[in-house]
Ligand binder design. Structure first.
Ligand SMILES: [Zn+2]
Ligand SMILES: [Zn+2]
Ligand SMILES: [Zn+2]
Length: 462
């Protein structure tokens, strides 16, 4: 594993608080691929199993061939079917008739078959042995798992043990593997960030979490790609995010504790920095304020703003003012090659201004955000393009506060917003100009986030 990491210019170092971290041995620039790694096992989730190959997870609508014996798994071609057969399917195919597996059981069976082969030293893929070594060193957090989890793990482990014969692996080991899956497995997502599969990626699991990450995780079929979104200097730690960083502090804390068993001490969550550091201030902005404003009140005022008859009335709204303030200051940092420092300084300034003027307004009412995005897509469906641009800009301004500037969420949103402007003819030439501006920004972000992997590159060429 150390060799594989060092080939990629990375090192694993011991760290008092976090057990271990990945640091870089060379400066990494924005948009560069940090590491590409393979899973021990990955497979499509149920809704995708007929359009994505069970072995390579590449998309191939309508043309997948099913295994004629079990008719439960689908492959893109003979070679994938053969690889799967040799890897695990030969043992699992006859079992599908008996029972229906849940995801955990399916993952456990496949991974354990491979680990048994690894222990028996007859694993065909010897150059991937580091994946097994790394997996077996991952933390189980077994003593911290809930009683319910452990009960279900025991049940799955019993089922698996009854169905398959293992010589070198005990029932207890299986419970450990399930514990590792629980806090390490990844959801594979497509270029639009829709989840299509689940995978055990031992190398990816070595990267620590941050709520303000300097790297993102992308996929191409079954392959995991970690990309740099902020300049990372020699000796600095590389962080990805395990959860959506748009969540508020309390929710993030709860999720990270329950699923990953740690208390986040990143630049946004650190107790020392609480509301003094720039990133921790973001959380104060998006947290619900004491003053009484219900979700319903907020949603109504948002709807009124978007659909107000006169443009003047619209411009007077706090929503408009905040949107304009943020976009006029931060969009240039996407388009131009400003340094991370310049960008953070601008962000810092904007956040201070928002604090002084709007800190009691709940303008960033994050628990209403699903309503806001739904309203945006409703306007698109209704082809109310002008209104969709108003809402799209407001959403963009929130994204620019909570996500790092070169985040896939920002790139994808810019792309959608650019198309809304293109369709909006009420403002004539102005909207054509704005459309080009927004689409150029989208291209800049997507060239950083989506420039590796065939399916991802597709979106840039659109
Ligand atoms: Zn395939
Ligand atoms: Zn089969
Ligand atoms: Zn954090």
């Amino acid at each position: 594993m150390e060799t594989f990491l060092s080939q990629n210019g990375l090192s694993l170092v011991e760290n008092e608080n976090k057990f271990r971290s990945i640091i870089t041995n060379k400066k990494i620039d924005i948009g560069k691929t940090i590491i590409i790694s393979h899973p021990l096992i990955s497979f499509p989730i149920l809704t995708y199993n007929k359009i994505r190959c069970d072995q390579c997870l590449k998309k191939k609508e309508n043309n997948l061939q099913t295994c004629s014996k079990c008719q439960r798994v689908y492959y893109c071609d003979r070679s994938c079917q053969k690889s799967s057969w040799i890897s695990h399917h030969k043992l699992l195919c006859p079992l599908y008739k008996k029972s229906k597996n849940n995801m955990d059981e399916e993952m456990l069976k496949r991974v354990t078959i491979l680990i048994e082969k690894f222990f028996n030293n007859n694993n065909n893929n010897n150059n991937e042995n580091y994946l097994f070594e790394t997996f077996l060193k991952l933390m189980t957090h077994r003593t911290e798992q809930s009683i319910n989890n452990l009960k279900s793990f025991e049940k799955i482990s019993n089922n698996t043990y009854e169905n398959l014969n293992f010589n070198k692996i005990s029932k207890d080991d299986l419970i450990n593997y399930l514990c590792v899956f629980y806090c390490n497995n990844f959801n594979l997502h497509d270029n639009q960030l829709f989840v299509y599969g689940e995978g055990t990626f031992p190398i990816g699991s070595l990267f620590n979490h941050s709520c303000r990450p300097n790297a993102i995780v992308m996929y191409d079929g079954a392959v995991q790609i970690i990309k740099c979104i902020e300049v990372i200097n020699v000796g600095e730690e590389i962080n990805i995010s395990y959860i959506d960083v748009a969540l508020d502090r309390v929710t993030r804390k709860k999720m990270l504790q329950e699923k990953y068993f740690f208390e986040c001490q990143c630049s946004r969550c650190s107790v020392q920095e609480r509301y003094s550091g720039i990133f921790s201030k973001i959380d104060q902005l998006i947290e619900e304020k004491d003053q009484v404003i219900t979700k319903k009140d907020f949603n109504t005022s948002l709807e009124n703003w978007v659909s107000s008859e006169s443009k003047l009335e619209q411009n007077e709204s706090k929503f408009s003012k905040v949107t304009k303030l943020i976009l006029s200051n931060l969009l240039s940092h996407i388009k131009n090659n400003t340094t991370d420092n310049d960008y953070i300084n601008s962000l810092s300034e904007i956040i201070s201004i928002l604090f002084q003027n709007y800190s009691k307004t709940n303008l960033f009412y994050i628990s209403s955000f699903s309503f806001t995005t739904k309203l945006f897509y409703d306007k698109i469906d209704l082809q109310q393009w002008y209104q969709s641009t108003i809402l799209g800009n407001y959403i963009l301004s929130i994204y620019l506060i909570i996500y790092p500037r070169y985040h896939p969420m920002i790139g994808l949103h810019l792309f959608t917003l650019g198309k809304c402007y293109w369709n909006d003819i009420t403002n004539g030439l102005e909207s054509v100009k704005e459309s080009i501006n927004i689409l150029e920004c989208a291209q800049k972000v997507l060239n950083i986030t989506h420039n590796e992997g065939a399916e991802n590159v597709d979106i840039i060429n659109q």
